[in-house]
Design a protein around this ligand. Structure first.
Ligand code: CP3
Length: 344
């Protein structure tokens, strides 16, 4: 047993009080984040400045004492490093030039190693600055989710442009996924070598795919990333988050061999305990809107998750990222409730 409780859970252990972290825990709901963001200028200036990235990664750890810290960066720094210049426009989200089949043929996955030097410097600096008991998570976007932004050029409600592209240009689509698999393997290995204890693969848009595309564009690429990372680092700890995967989670867990699976708030608690928790650690799944409303509803929702999942390997988290409207007092309420929970 190490003193990093979140890492212990990724090693298959059950912690009496589950370790806690929140997706997007460094973000606009924190005044100190907004201040550093203003000082940095643009969002990418924050990501590519190791000092600022270290500062904002540490902010939620200082304020809340979370058990896990996640590298402050974005999944879209990968396409940015592959020369698909990403812009973050205030209030409008990320923007890229939609990629063409001819441009896909020119992509070089090795560019993540040279293009993301400041991110690797940030990883080293963050590990040095974190308390020794804090588990440090690196991450990348899954190929499908990153591809949706590269194809459409911006966020869309159901990723229709990328789904259409997959059908109209199956070869170019497969080539794009393959490049992103290679880039992700190199990127995650380097993060682990620079000091990350574990990595999370975010497939935020897995839930818009039919069975066949889920298999070829989400599950299988993530399986190949896990294999590729473990070929270099056999003991690598990996969390998979195929948001919206529903009943496909069981096969996803078996096929990829992830050490923990992120669950969104739609996943039935008893089903996840009975079908998944014997195979992998669970992570999730509180509805982030509860951090806007708080109160008894928040307490009861936390208790239901604790009741269902805390007897096995479990990491407390939200079912998706905390939003800018998230309330700091309710984050404290959440943490106090989990740490004082008594089942008997
Ligand atoms: O605290 C953390 O979780 C670490 C940092 C992190 C960010 N983005 C910071 C961020 C992580 C892990 C991500 C992942 C990410 N980025 C995903 C996958 C997870 C998810 O939320 O589904 C996706 C799809 C993206 C792409 C992205 N980045 C979008 C669509 C947006 C705009 C939406 C928004 O919230 O404004 C971003 C911007 C972004 N990434 C912000 C932060 C803190 C807000 C930027 C700002 O400060 O203006």
């Amino acid at each position: 047993m190490s003193n990093r409780r979140l890492l212990n859970v990724l090693n298959g252990q059950t912690e009496k009080v589950p370790p806690i972290w929140l997706m997007r825990q460094a973000g606009r709901y924190l005044p100190e984040y907004r201040a550093t963001r203003a000082e940095a200028g643009g969002f990418l200036d924050l990501c590519y400045n190791p000092e600022f990235a270290t500062e904002v990664t540490l902010q939620p750890i200082r304020r809340f004492g979370f058990d896990g810290a996640i590298l402050f960066s974005d999944i879209l720094v990968v396409p940015d490093a592959l020369d698909r210049s990403v812009r973050f426009v205030q209030g409008e989200g990320p923007q890229l030039d939609p990629i063409s089949p001819a441009e896909i043929a020119q992509l070089d996955p090795e560019k993540v190693l040279t293009g993301l030097t400041p991110v690797f410097e940030a990883v080293e600096s963050i590990r040095g600055a974190l308390p020794s008991e804090t588990t440090f998570l690196g991450f990348c976007g899954a190929p499908w989710t990153v591809a949706t932004y590269m194809i459409a050029g911006h966020g869309t409600p159901d990723q229709a442009p990328a789904r259409l592209f997959a059908r109209r240009e199956p070869e170019a689509f497969k080539a794009l996924i393959d490049v992103l698999v290679e880039a992700s393997i190199l990127y995650l290995i380097k993060q682990l070598k620079c000091g990350a204890d574990a990595v999370q693969i975010f497939d935020s848009w897995a839930g818009v795919l039919d069975d066949a595309l889920f298999m070829s564009a989400s599950q299988d690429p993530i399986r190949r990333i896990c294999e590729g990372v473990r070929a270099e680092i056999p003991d690598a700890k990996i969390i998979g988050f195929p948001k919206g995967a529903g009943q496909r989670l069981l096969e996803f867990v078996e096929a990829t061999g992830v050490n923990a699976v992120g669950l969104d708030w739609t996943v039935p608690l008893d089903w996840a305990r009975d079908e998944l928790q014997g195979k992998t650690a669970l992570q999730g799944n509180l509805d982030p809107t509860l951090l806007i409303t708080g109160g008894q509803d928040l307490d009861e929702s936390v208790d239901r998750i604790m009741e269902a999942w805390s007897d096995g390997p479990f990491i407390f988290n939200l079912g998706h990222g905390i939003t800018p409207q998230g309330n700091i007092d309710y984050v404290h309420q959440l943490i106090d409730r989990i740490r004082s929970y008594d089942k008997s």
